[in-house]
Write a protein that binds this ligand. Structure first.
Ligand code: NAD
Length: 501
């Protein structure tokens, strides 16, 4: 594995020899093997990078936005060329299957395309003024250096959602990737640096930088008032720490935190569509997506048909080396496996019947933590169901009235993704009405995971309220400015007040 990773790093313009001398060891979750080590930042190096980022911002913000878009276009080109290598490195470093690794890079390419178009469309509006001879307009201005904190499970796509938009908006960027996935971050930075070299002298030095380390390194950036926006993706625990720190200095925060996503299976659901949607959502990326399906709320009338079919489907899933064609790879580490086992024990104590969940030994990958995805039939939506356990556990509950299903769907602390399988138009529309799903994502006849970049991505409640990626998410990376211009020869004062001067 080490040789494979070294070859991928070379393809991605990194010298593997430089990546074996740092103080942060990187191991692959596939078999636990050491694949590199990187140097971590310390508070003074973070502060120095922030100083550099401020200088880069001052130059970058003045470049016309469509020209800034050209840099993102070049980044998209680099990603297209290196999709296979970066996708494989993602798989090696975070353990997702190869197709998912490449799919993540495709998302990066997609957001680059989206951002290039947006670089000609980050326009404000004109507002009718109540005063004669006045124009009122709204401008969107670059906001300043943007700090990006990302999680291990989408080690590169989340950066690109932020980076592509921040760059076209005129902001400089500093990225703190997960301490579990620094190699992919350095590879992305190397690709962006190649794009910058092709772009030419218009791009200031240090437009994009990476800081490496654990939470303390992130905190130095989070606390620095020069960082205009902190966009942080990770657990709700992390958001609880980061949000108040940024608020204390009146900075802006975009939080993308944990989810506890449910699918409602209604009496009229097409089970041939629902089953693949449920299985993909629950076991894909070994249940380590923020949008993974964690809860299934099933109508009494379909329960006895659906659940055995799901169990049968689970039996057929291949679990193993994600680089060798398996559909489910490893959990990220031992802590994650232990958390899964604790959650299953808690569910049993609450009356749950557990199917699956055992450790799987994969030949040649004995150092990895592989588990059979679990289905847990629960008598009620009890305490353990309301927590996000970042592992392939699908809790199943029954309902008899639609209102009961909606209450269950909304009755968890998180609010990221949700879905209903139904052919009843009334139910479908109620699911997405003002008193329906309280999540940032509400789908009908499609599962909870696999969002497209064109829509705004994010969720409510403990998911943090932030929106990234498509729609008007770009506004978070800019500051709004209202401007009134008086082109008359009078100066009407507010409230009709006149000074005798
Ligand atoms: P994590 O919270 O452990 O770490 C995420 C990042 O935050 C890492 O880079 C970590 O070093 C950093 N961090 C942690 N504490 C910090 C602090 N006090 N100050 C600054 N930085 C800090 O999460 P993880 O285990 O890497 O990822 C899994 C979690 O991320 C899950 O809860 C998942 O739902 C969530 N997630 C959410 C989204 C989303 O878009 N909503 C996307 C991906 C993952």
């Amino acid at each position: 594995m080490k040789t494979k990773v070294a070859n991928l790093l070379k393809e991605l313009y990194l010298d593997p020899a430089d990546l074996t001398v740092g103080n942060l060891d990187v191991t692959t979750p596939i078999n636990g093997e050491f694949i590199g080590s990187v140097g971590t930042d310390i508070p003074s190096s973070v502060t120095h990078k922030i100083e550099q980022s401020v200088e880069a911002f001052k130059a970058w913000r003045s470049l016309p936005a469509p020209r800034r878009g050209e840099l993102v276009r070049l980044l998209g080109d680099e990603l297209r060329t290196h999709k296979d290598a970066l996708g494989a490195l993602v798989s090696a470093e975070c353990g997702k299957i190869l197709e998912e690794g490449k799919g993540e890079v495709q998302e990066m390419i997609d957001i680059c395309e989206f951002a290039v178009g947006l670089s000609r469309a980050i326009n404000g509006q004109t507002i009718p003024s109540e005063r004669p001879g006045h124009h009122m307009r709204e401008y969107w201005q670059p906001i300043g250096p943007v700090g990006i904190i990302s999680a291990f499970n989408f080690p590169v796509a989340v950066w690109s959602w932020n980076a592509a938009l921040a760059l076209i908006c005129g902001d400089s960027i500093i990225w703190k990737p997960s301490e579990k996935t620094p190699l992919t971050a350095l590879a992305c930075q190397a690709l962006l640096e190649r794009a910058i070299a092709k772009f030419g002298d218009d791009a200031p030095a240090n437009l994009s930088q990476v800081i490496i380390g654990h939470a303390d390194v992130g905190e130095t950036m989070v606390d620095d008032e020069r960082m205009a926006l902190i966009s942080a993706t990770g657990s709700t625990r992390m958001g609880r720490a980061v949000g108040p720190r940024v608020a204390a200095r009146f900075g802006k925060c975009l939080l993308e935190l944990g989810g506890n996503n449910a699918i409602i299976v209604a009496p009229t659901a097409d089970l041939d569509m629902a089953i693949p949607g449920i299985v993909f959502g629950a076991v894909g990326t070994a249940g380590q997506r923020c949008t993974s399906t964690r809860r299934l709320i099933v109508h009494d009338s379909v329960y006895d048909n659906l659940v055995p079919r799901l169990k049968k489907a689970y039996e057929s899933i291949s679990i193993g080396d994600p680089l060798s064609g398996a559909l489910v790879g490893p959990l990220i580490d031992k802590d994650s496996f232990d958390a899964m086992q604790r959650a299953l024990d808690a569910a049993k104590a609450e009356g749950g019947a557990v199917f699956g969940g055992e450790k799987v030994t994969v030949e040649g990958c004995e150092g990895g933590y592989y588990a059979k995805p679990a289905i847990v039939e629960m008598p009620a939506q009890s305490e353990s169901v309301c927590e996000e356990t970042f592992a392939p556990i699908l809790y199943i509950m029954k309902y008899s009235e639609f209102e009961e299903a909606m209450t269950m769907q909304n009755d968890v602390p998180q609010g990221l993704s949700s879905s209903i399988f139904t052919n009843d138009m009334r139910e479908a529309e109620m699911f997405i009405c003002s008193s329906g799903s309280d999540c940032g994502i509400a789908n009908v006849n499609i599962g909870t995971s696999g969002a497209e970049i064109g829509g705004a991505f994010g969720g409510e409640k403990e998911t943090g309220g932030g929106r990234e990626s498509g729609s008007d998410a770009w506004k978070a990376y800019m500051r709004r400015q209202t401007s009134t211009v008086n082109y008359s020869r009078e100066l009407p004062l507010a409230q009709g007040i006149k000074f005798d001067i």
